[in-house]
Ligand binder design. Structure first.
Ligand SMILES: [Fe+2]
Ligand SMILES: [Fe+2]
Length: 243
């Protein structure tokens, strides 16, 4: 019944310019995030201390580039050059890639940023635009490994309480960057995407799910949320940041 409903939705909306524009926008956002992750990991490879970990990060770079390629191919099918768009955004500074400058910072970035990417993508697991739903499943499995790897690095560092203030500094930077992955909460574009079955929840709801998911690690590592006015991302009303 669900599949039938989705087919109906796609049949109903596939010629709607707003529907296709929204699909393009979500692919553009994802392509930027995937290419950003590849650049972030690539830049930080020199800080990774052991060969075995360097090999893990190197394979994650290749996976991020494949995720990026998946979005480029899908976008090409809709009649556009997404690689050219992302390259231009990065070259002209319209979009920036925040970088990690230490092994701990890479761990914090993966723990927060890859996890946000996973939560954001999980909204599209049953996307009414079925070609997108197909690539999302494969990407999600790989993102879970990336965020788990980062989480282990952060936990290991934070066993030493003297390193916790540094972990907190990186947390404050990457928490805001990660929340930007979800887009603006409470927007008309959000409500439209849910209404036509492109995603299954609005941004504000998935932000809370993500925040709830990182809390146990934060408690274990002695990390705190930065003050709301210093997070650097718009939060939905009533967000629960209690630890
Ligand atoms: Fe990815
Ligand atoms: Fe990733």
């Amino acid at each position: 019944m669900k599949a039938f409903t989705r087919k109906m939705q796609l049949g109903q909306f596939k010629d709607d310019p707003r529907y296709l524009k929204t699909v393009r926008q979500l692919l553009e956002s994802q392509a930027y995030r995937e290419s950003m992750a590849a650049h972030l990991f690539g830049h930080a490879l020199k800080y990774v201390p052991e060969l075995r970990y360097k090999k893990v990060v190197a394979s994650q770079i290749a996976e991020e580039l494949e995720h990026y390629e998946d979005t480029v191919k899908l976008y090409g099918g809709l009649g556009g050059n997404l690689e050219a768009l992302v390259t231009d955004q990065l070259a002209t500074g319209k979009k920036q890639v925040p970088l990690a400058e230490s092994w701990l910072e890479l761990g914090v970035a993966q723990f927060l940023f890859d996890r946000a990417g996973e939560f954001q993508l999980s909204l599209y697991r049953n996307c009414s635009y079925s070609p997108y739903a197909r690539i999302v499943g494969k990407i999600l499995e790989e993102e879970e490994e990336h965020e788990g790897f980062g989480e282990q690095v952060v936990k290991q560092f934070c066993k030493d309480k003297r390193k916790r203030p540094l972990a907190q500094k990186f947390f404050n930077k990457w928490f805001g960057v990660s929340l930007l992955s979800f887009g603006r909460p409470d927007s008309a574009a959000n409500r439209y995407a849910v209404r036509v079955g492109l995603k299954n929840k609005e941004s504000g709801e998935v932000m809370q799910d993500y925040i709830n998911d990182i809390k146990p690690v934060m408690r274990e590592c002695g990390l705190k949320f930065p003050p709301k006015n210093r997070i650097g991302a718009e939060l939905p009303k009533g967000i629960d940041l209690a630890l």
